[in-house]
Design a protein. Sequence first.
Length: 460
Amino acid sequence: MPHENRSLSDQELLRIDSECSSYGDTVHYSDPPKVFRSCDGSFVYDADGTPYLDVQMWYSACNFGYRNERLKVAAMDQFDTLPQLAPQFLSETKVLLAQKICEACQSRFGVKGRAHFNVGGSQAVEDALKLIRNTTKKSLMFAYMGGYHGRTLGASAITSSYRYRRRYGHFSDRAHFIPYPYCYRCYYGKKRETCDFYCVAQFERLFETEYNSFYDAKANETEFVALFAEPVQGTGGYVIPPEGYFERLKRVLDRYKILLVSDEIQMGFYRTGKLWGIENFNVKPDLVVFGKSLTNGVNPLSGLWAREDLISPKVFPPGSTHSTFSANPLGTRAGLEVMRMLEERDHEPLVCQSGRKFLDGLKSLKKKYRNIGDVDGLGLALRIEICEADGFTPSKSLTDKIADEGLRGNLSYRGKKCGLVLDVGGYYKNVFTIAPSLYITDEEIAMAIDLLDQLFKRCL
């Protein structure tokens, strides 16, 4: 790929960054931060033009590849016509995108609803919280251990990691966190083959008696009104629930009138082989929260879909929430183009076929290296759990070492210098969460497996 010269060297950029930039974001997890100069398809490029195969695609925000030509054309066309508009006015792209989202949800869930837009994933989660509290007049939520829903104050209250709340005082409405069905490391020490969904049974026990503090049998009422769930946990390490789990759980939720919110911010738009990740588990959510790859990262846009009775103008009137850049024309145009792309081509077989090939490659590595404790995948949401030599004890140090080595840019594939971009997640920060472009080629899958193989040989 041609490299465009820049006036500042990486060293100069890092010097200025060290003096002028806040260290409060995640860039400075690395020391020094990695600088990239350009991108295309499945690759990002450094100042020397070295290609790095990216198998995390901006935390699954770029499902359709970097610099996607069709989305670029749509965004530029919008820029030339109506790039900006205050949110108190309507644009055609907002209305048509809302229609596409509603039609997609109604065809899948059989329920009429409405779409509501914001800017980032956390903001969409905040709007979902407002919507639920407005309708139910209650504020307590269930969420999952290992779950991630954002880092604004409201979203942090339902994100399991205390680390994200620690600096900011008391969270009186913090969610009640329940164990996710992380079968490889079961919270209860059970085995998937014999547990009979023990975790669901334990959740159900919360409502056995009023003295468990969750339920008043006389009033047939609980003060917890919704469960926020990622159908496949994202930051938690792409943990995939066992077949039948959500069906069992939904029966309990329905019995106690607890809403199911499917957080699709990472798993939406065919990451798992379905438009919505929750479709893989045969349940119908009451709300869907989405973002990231809605615009393929071209312009920040997020949103939610909710059942009509939760979001109709009668119960959620104008001004119930607001963001200056919510439904911005550049974002809604890109989102509309994404929805059209998904309608014109059946992405399910494409994603599932590539996912099987990638997972087969990961399984071959697992057989080769005893430090790989678990691999799994759903569509192109894949995981590699890195362990000590016993194959089970989490190894954060080895995981970090492998990720850092991939970013050095001194690997080789077919005689050419290259690097590999990996994302680290998981409860113990020992999982590579693999989310390549949905358009990743067979050759690029082979390249990813080869580069991972090189990294294991170097780092073990």
